[in-house]
Design a protein around this ligand. Structure first.
Ligand code: PEP
Ligand code: MN
Length: 363
């Protein structure tokens, strides 16, 4: 006659089953991770597949012989599916090219000797909102070059709220901007808004700017990713930090590793500033990515009187540079005349930042 098994025996059998279950779960996790990797390779970042889940649950329901109810079995497996999905997605994130998990050291761009990011001193990008005339560009470039500024900005294609607003000088603006920058030994950065213009803009500009309104233009992101020029990527007006980093990932994934992120304020309910400068995004982007992160104080504030404190704060949280609009005569500027600095204003601005710029600043 067989003895009834002791509770100890039964418990040790349960312990053994736990170990077996854990081994099987780990095995399942490893296979799921491989599926996630294969999906990412195929460019399918969305891993959740309700139809596939439904199919697995149906099969388990048909196979279930008890003692657990079908509802209990389904609940257990749904937890397993959820954990598996988290695993697929966390592996996916780990593989982002923008992530510090893939590249832990800071990316330092070297654009014709101008270094941006990492241990380089903070960079200043300055110039008018729009390229308007030879006189305006020549005066501004000469003034800024005299102050040691190495990167001249100016829009030739302008994203304007109204289609009747000044749309920019187009190709003539590109030619003018690149000429005056070269004459002053500066780099030229300008916005590209359309995939069809990437080639011509890359021909004239040293750095391509993707504006806030185009951060979600995935075709444009891919196209600048194929261009052999560094890209300054503005954060979208309502983009989350994650969306901003994914936008940068589009560029890197096309083979262009030279991306500068630029926080330029996000749209909130606040009306006294044009946008709300999100400094936590700067600190967080620096933590999550190895890319240089700069701050455009001009478009963030939309008003001149806040540019100095905002730039100081941006540098204090670790920004790799500041982007600011400067115009010889802001009152008559064809765009953004509320927020551009005149030359005297620029002198005060840069003077106020000199201690933080870690380099002699000529004012
Ligand atoms: C700009 O820098 O000229 C500009 C239009 O900025 P944003 O895309 O940030 O609005
Ligand atoms: Mn502007």
């Amino acid at each position: 006659m067989t003895q009834p098994r002791t509770i100890e025996d039964l418990r040790s059998e349960v312990d053994q089953i736990n170990r077996d279950l854990l081994r099987l779960l780990s095995q399942r996790g490893a296979v799921v991770a491989q599926i996630g990797h294969a999906k990412t390779q195929e460019g399918r970042p969305n891993h959740y597949d309700p139809a596939r889940e439904e199919q697995q649950l149906k099969e388990l329901e048909a196979l279930n012989e008890g003692p657990f109810t079908t509802a209990a079995v389904k609940a257990i497996f749904k937890e397993i599916f959820k954990a598996s999905l988290d695993l697929e997605e966390s592996n996916d994130k780990k593989q982002l090219l923008v992530s510090r998990k893939v590249k832990s050291d800071d990316t330092v761009l070297d654009i014709d000797g101008v270094r941006i990011g990492g241990d380089a001193p903070p960079i200043i990008i300055a110039g008018p909102c729009s390229i308007e005339s030879e006189e305006q560009m020549e005066q501004t470039a000469a003034f800024l070059a005299g102050k040691g500024i190495k990167i001249l900005r100016g829009g030739a294609y302008k994203p304007r709220t109204s289609p009747y607003g000044f749309q920019g000088m187009g190709v003539d603006g590109l030619i003018l901007g690149s000429r005056v920058a070269k004459e002053q030994g500066m780099l030229f950065i300008t916005e590209v808004m359309d995939t069809r213009d990437v080639e011509i803009v890359a021909e004239h500009a040293d750095i391509l700017q993707v504006g806030a309104r185009n951060m979600h233009n995935f075709a444009l992101l891919r196209e600048v990713g194929r261009a052999r020029r560094p890209v300054l990527l503005k954060r979208g007006l309502s983009a989350t930090i994650e969306e901003w980093l994914y936008a940068a990932e589009y560029i890197l994934s096309e083979g262009n590793p030279e991306v500068i992120l630029c926080e330029r304020g996000i749209r909130t309910y606040e009306k006294w500033t044009r946008n709300t400068l999100d400094l936590s995004a700067v600190a967080l982007a620096k933590q999550e990515t190895h890319l240089p992160v700069i701050v455009d104080v001009t478009h963030a504030a939309g008003r001149r009187d806040l540019l100095i404190p905002l730039a100081k704060a941006a540098l204090a949280v670790g920004a790799d540079g500041i982007h600011v609009e400067v115009h010889p005569s802001p009152a008559t500027a064809l765009s953004d005349n509320e927020q551009q600095l005149d030359f005297a204003g620029y002198d005060r601005f840069i003077g106020a930042l000199s201690a933080q710029l870690k380099q002699p600043v000529s004012v």
